[in-house]
Design a protein around this ligand. Structure first.
Ligand code: BTN
Length: 241
């Protein structure tokens, strides 16, 4: 397959987006160290040496609205791969993977679409692997952790990436051939978010409530104080307790 490797780059997502329209589906951009790593909602993403930072180009034949389902599916792949190493990883909606309630991985999905048809999707995956939280600037640490900090051990990053790419390929085949509800069952079983009291912040409002599920479209189902259940497509999810 097509793997592009860089010792240093700004952001693997930016490189992937530049080559995406002519690249083959499944093309990967791996960067040892990012100088301009990007997170969701315009945030910075610390990407020192020792982590796993890469982006994959996909060209799924689905509507634009399915992109969030793809992000969840990649989150499931990261979670399953970590679990294969005996690490008790869980999925936090919409795009984080946690160990012991702390963020070890984040996913940044960027879509190029023409009206409702996806031209390409760039999915950037960041995994805090063989580094310590001390290697991340203080203002970007938030509630994060690293594989090494949690397990006391480093992992073989090449081996991990191989396993993760294999898992992603299997899940992507499922994504393209099975109803999403099948993948969703696995996501729900490994969800850290269901049952939690949360606050979801969106560009123009904040909603509080208890998470009662994830819908078929990949949206968060939030039961509010008045008893109504609201479907939240996108937002930043903060645990209340
Ligand atoms: C988030 O949780 O806010 C998403 C973080 C995504 C980080 C990865 S690292 C590889 C790829 N390149 C980037 O600039 N960001 C993503």
């Amino acid at each position: 397959k097509n793997i592009h490797y860089f010792d240093e780059a700004g952001s693997s997502n930016d490189i992937a987006k530049k080559i995406a329209s002519t690249a083959e589906e499944g093309t990967i951009v791996v960067v040892e160290q990012q100088t301009g790593g990007r997170g969701r909602l315009g945030r910075k993403w610390a990407s020192p040496k020792g982590g796993i930072w890469f982006s994959i180009i996909l060209k799924p034949k689905v509507a634009l609205s399915a992109a969030s389902r793809l992000t969840l599916t990649v989150g499931l792949s990261v979670t399953n791969t970590l679990r294969g190493y005996g690490i008790d990883a869980k999925i936090k909606w919409p795009n984080d993977v946690l160990i012991n309630g702390k963020k070890v991985s984040g996913i940044l999905t960027e879509v190029e679409a023409e009206i409702d048809t996806i031209e390409f999707v760039v999915i950037g995956v960041g995994i805090n692997a063989n580094m310590s939280l001390r290697d991340i600037p203080e203002d970007l640490r938030e509630n994060s952790t690293t594989i090494r900090d949690e397990t006391g051990k480093s992992i073989d990053r090449v081996d991990f990436l191989q396993k993760l790419l294999h898992e992603m390929e299997q899940q992507y085949i499922r994504f393209n051939t099975q109803p999403f509800s099948e993948i969703l069952n696995d996501i729900i079983a490994l969800s850290d978010t269901i049952g939690k009291d949360v606050k979801v912040t969106m560009p123009n409002r904040i909603v509080e409530g208890r998470v009662v599920g994830i819908s078929k479209s990949g949206a968060l189902l939030l039961k509010k104080e008045d008893g109504d259940v609201e479907e939240i497509i996108a937002g930043r999810c903060i645990y209340s307790k």
